[in-house]
Design a protein around this ligand. Structure first.
Ligand SMILES: NC(=O)c1ccc[n+]([C@@H]2O[C@H](COP(=O)([O-])OP(=O)(O)OC[C@H]3O[C@@H](n4cnc5c(N)ncnc54)[C@H](OP(=O)(O)O)[C@@H]3O)[C@@H](O)[C@H]2O)c1
Length: 264
């Protein structure tokens, strides 16, 4: 491992949403592991924890799979207890508390406003806001020991520009920016950094798997080089933000898409 690759030596990274091989979560977990971190790879289902542990082993990386379903509708006490239990397990396995927490889990339930249901709204909101917010709160004690501790919340470019048919997704991703920036202010000078990475169009199951060919093409046409970003592009940006020691930033990684959107 070169010095450049060992930027996360001695760090303990907890990354949520890592259960898909072509997703942003796994690309980030793998990169941080390659750069020396002990990786706690968060997945929604218990069965997937073994799967990601297998991926870590195949790559020769140090870490564990951790089941954490962020859609907990049983209220604060339940989310808090679950978060604390997972963080204790990671600390025991890694020998140190989580130093870098990366919220990547996300989901979409697209529809026009007039057909949007409460369930469509609530699940996304819980996965992006209530779940990660209280996981963050539970992790603060350990994060403060890391000097600095880091939290990166992966929101979306859509939170800044809006997107027809995704009012629930856009609103909850905008809320994620709000609480992350607020925590940056609360913890300014106290050894914990809070930042947001806001990706544009990335080629993953969330986009390619759900958009029609026509919608995909329309978005590609707005990209200066007519190509979607890859999950590795976002993983690199997250790693840069984690080592930047900045706080309260919203880092847009969009390959130029926002320029086209701002001209619309
Ligand atoms: N792709 C893009 O163009 C794009 C653009 C902007 C922002 N983003 C954001 O980037 C993040 C990653 O997206 P992606 O494109 O990599 O999508 P993805 O491949 O669909 O990955 C999303 C991951 O989140 C997990 N997840 C969903 N609900 C969960 C829950 N209740 N508890 C725990 N984990 C849960 C999924 O688990 P399962 O595997 O069990 O479903 C999946 O592994 C998302 O937050 C998304 O909003 C993506």
């Amino acid at each position: 491992m070169s010095a450049e690759q060992a930027r996360f030596e001695g760090r303990v990274a907890f990354v949520t949403g890592t259960g898909r091989p072509n997703g942003i979560g796994w690309a980030t977990a793998r990169l941080l592991g390659q750069e020396g971190a002990f990786v706690a790879a968060g997945v929604r289902a218990n069965t997937d924890a073994k799967k990601v542990e297998g991926w870590l082993t195949e790559e020769g990386l140090n870490g564990i799979g951790v089941e954490i379903d962020l859609t907990d509708l049983n209220g604060y006490a339940s989310i808090k207890a679950k978060s604390e239990a997972r963080l204790t397990r990671i600390e025991e396995a890694a020998g140190a508390p989580v130093s870098d927490l990366v919220h990547i889990a996300g989901v979409t339930h697209d529809d026009v406003a007039i057909r949007m249901t409460e369930e469509d709204w609530t699940e996304i909101d819980t996965v992006k806001n209530k779940g990660p917010f209280f996981l963050t709160v539970a992790a603060l004690r350990g994060l403060r020991k890391a000097k600095p501790g880091n939290v990166v919340s992966v929101s979306s470019l859509a939170a800044l520009y809006g997107h027809a048919g995704q009012s629930n997704y856009v609103a909850t991703n905008a809320a994620m920016i709000g609480w992350t920036k607020s925590l940056a202010l609360e913890y300014e000078g106290k050894g914990v950094n809070f930042n947001v990475v806001a990706p544009g169009l990335v080629d993953t199951d969330m986009t390619r798997g759900k958009l029609t060919a026509e919608q995909w093409q329309t978005l590609l046409e707005m990209m200066p080089d007519k190509k979607a970003l890859q999950p590795e592009d976002i993983a690199s940006a997250i790693a840069e933000v984690l080592i930047s020691n900045k706080t309260g930033q919203v880092v847009v990684v969009d390959g130029g898409l926002s320029e086209a959107l701002s001209k619309k």
